[in-house]
Design a protein around this ligand. Structure first.
Ligand code: NOJ
Length: 555
């Protein structure tokens, strides 16, 4: 086995902040940069190393900041560039690094480049975006956007269509144009010179499109899939190598690419240990385990055996070749404990700790999404009016209005899978609006905040928070957790997720009961091993109690 190359970002634990929902400092109901600054002590207590900041740039907020109208300015709702500079400084003072979201597959339609681009066919910015003539009076091809409807929008000014893989207010940039790449790389260098510590790259696997723009296979009865022609496209690795040469290689950065549609083989190129592209990528296989006739919209829960198969495969296949990122939820996914654990009163805490154990003891860089460290749950909104997410609202109309799905079924799918489950305000305490804002929150607070909140968690030594704190400390203390190789155990079990990590003769054993029943298991009955962490105080030899997790080290 070749010795793993060491890097600070391989040893780090990342905390994702969705600024709109984190903490509001000025009473307008929207989280902001000063709100984040006010909670840096909290994050330092948790022990994380890095904040990944979802987009804070100027934006009309069609997609909550993932539609950027000015890459070198801060969104009014969030504050000013002075606030950002202070956040960077204060975070660094707290020994916390800042990783920025980089959204360069598309801009907002209000970005100056697009305003110019759409103004005439001869405009010098025309080729910054992807413009096509219609076909027989219709769109250039049958592609459906990820957010519903056609991926093409006709612009009356010139009578041509522009491509938008997401909302029509998010036109795709034309990376074939070297001027676009120059602009993006200049902008990235500008942020690096400010002293930021890395980039999380939004849908970076989509920046190169198959230039023949063929029709896609029709899956939901409405539109053709664009995925085969925009994910991992023909020039994506060339573009990332260029980005690496012209930007990334000049700084010591954490880079993580969001890679929709990525396979393990592709991942080995994006996150290759040779450092020629990115540090790591986010893959989606474990969060896309169940899908129905209308894609991700389903109320089915993933099965342990499928989850383990995917996670273990990524562990095995990237070993020695590329680096994994580890996550169970983020701002686009439902809450981890509601999806993979059990958010009932009885099992929420214990299952949230079990999931954390299972993930944080694996090989790769772990990501915690705000509130996950409290065991925050899905909100289960039961009225469409409560939803704010463009994807959820569009999907509801697309499938219900066309008669493909019944309204009550679609509401259930939104409750299980909808992105707003992750976007309800961070629950700080049991005061009005969970201490998130003095005003009216932009999205309703989860009513369970009176019980589930940071203040209560900090006061309780057995809380999910303190368990995460311990997991992070263990990772920082024990190289085996960062660099040990992974070996799956009991790989046919329907109820237990177990594995070894191995380094320099040491063996770490991790066992997790994914069910609400006691299970037989003697993997932890080793009298010579030392217990590192468990979510149960008392161990019953030969057994695993409901959602029990246990980690032992044999030196
Ligand atoms: C992925 C982001 O995570 C998501 O929130 C966003 O809507 C799309 N990319 C489009 O930028």
């Amino acid at each position: 086995m070749t010795e793993e190359k060491k890097a600070w970002w391989k040893e780090a634990v990342i905390y994702q902040i969705y600024p709109r929902s984190f903490a509001d400092s000025n009473g307008d109901g929207i989280g902001d940069l000063n709100g984040i600054i006010a909670h840096l002590d909290y994050l330092q207590t948790l022990g994380i190393d890095v904040i990944w900041l979802s987009p804070v740039y100027k934006s009309p907020n069609d997609d909550n900041g993932y539609d950027i109208s000015d890459y070198r300015n801060i969104m009014d709702d969030f504050g000013t560039m002075e606030d950002f500079d202070r956040l960077l400084l204060e975070a660094h003072r707290h020994n916390i690094k800042i990783v920025m979201d980089l959204v360069v597959n598309h801009t907002s339609d209000e970005h100056a480049w697009f305003v110019e681009s759409r103004s005439s066919k001869e405009n010098p910015y025309r080729d910054y975006y992807i413009w096509k003539e219609g076909k027989d009076g219709k769109e250039p091809n049958n592609w459906g956007s990820w957010f519903g409807g056609s991926a093409w929008e006709k612009d009356e000014r010139t009578g041509m269509y522009y491509l938008h893989c997401f909302s029509k207010k998010q036109p795709d940039l034309n990376w074939e144009n070297p001027k676009v790449r120059d602009e993006v790389f200049d902008m990235m260098n500008w942020w690096c010179e400010k002293g930021i510590d890395g980039f999380r790259m939004d849908v970076i696997s989509m920046i190169s499109k198959v230039q023949s723009f063929p029709d896609g296979p029709v899956e939901d009865g409405l539109y053709g899939s664009l995925a085969p022609y925009v994910c991992n496209g023909p020039r994506v690795h060339e573009y990332l190598k260029e980005m690496n040469k012209r930007v990334l290689s000049h700084y010591d950065l954490l880079t993580v690419g969001e890679a929709s549609g990525v396979t393990i083989d592709e991942a080995k190129k994006y996150a290759n240990n040779d450092g020629s592209e990115l540090g790591m990528i986010f893959q989606f296989e474990h969060v896309n385990l169940v899908s129905g006739p209308i894609g991700k919209w389903t109320d089915q829960k993933p099965q342990l055996k499928d989850f383990r198969r995917v996670m273990n495969q990524w562990q095995y296949e990237l070993e020695g070749k590329a680096w994994n990122s580890l996550y169970l939820d983020n701002h686009d996914q439902p809450r981890a404990v509601s999806r993979f654990g059990n958010d009932s009163k009885e099992y929420r805490v214990v299952s949230a700790k079990m999931l954390a154990t299972c993930l944080h003891m694996m090989k790769g860089t772990p990501y915690i999404y705000q509130g996950e460290e409290l065991g925050m749950t899905n909100v289960y909104f039961d009225k469409l009016e409560d939803y704010r997410d463009i994807e959820s609202i569009n999907a509801f109309h697309q499938y219900v209005d066309s008669g493909i799905v019944k309204a009550e079924d679609m509401m259930r799918y939104l409750q299980e899978i909808g992105r707003d489950n992750a976007r309800t305000p961070m629950q700080w305490d049991d005061s009005k609006n969970a201490g998130f804002t003095d005003g009216t929150p932009w999205i309703n607070v989860n009513p369970n905040y009176t019980e589930i909140n940071a203040k209560a968690a900090l006061a309780d030594p057995d809380s999910v928070f303190h368990y995460y704190q311990k997991l992070i400390r263990l990772r920082h203390a024990l190289p085996i957790i960062v660099y040990g190789t992974f070996q799956g155990l009991l790989e046919d079990s329907e109820s237990i997720y177990a594995y070894h990590r191995l380094l320099d003769g040491q063996i770490l054993t991790v066992v997790c009961n994914f069910t609400d029943h006691e299970q037989n298991c003697n993997l932890c009955d080793d009298p010579d091993a030392k217990e590192l962490i468990s979510n149960y105080k008392v161990y019953k030899a030969g057994k695993l109690q409901p959602y029990e997790a246990r980690v032992i080290l044999h030196e």
